[in-house]
Design a protein around this ligand. Sequence first.
Ligand SMILES: [Zn+2]
Ligand SMILES: [Zn+2]
Length: 101
Amino acid sequence: MNMVIDGLNGIGWKKQRDTADQSCQCGSWKLHWIRHSKRDWPSTCSNADCHKKPTQGSHLRWLSGSRAQIVPLCDRCSKLTERFNLRDGVITVVKQQYECS
Ligand SMILES: [Zn+2]
Ligand SMILES: [Zn+2]
């Protein structure tokens, strides 16, 4: 079981807010993740405590100030507001890619 500690520099990934209006030329953040990770869309959500199917690429940050990453999440986890841990081996894709702008 992974411990999730919240706080100023809490450990764990946190969903970014106010990013819904942003998009890139990939068409969706799911396609962005597939394009840049060069992997197949995973069958399970990236949240270590969740086993649902991921439906979308969500914006997450590890610490405030670190670069936003796109991570496959299910509907429920994409609405989480608390920090959570990612499954081992999850591929995160940097949101801002040179080729997308
Ligand atoms: Zn893109
Ligand atoms: Zn989930």
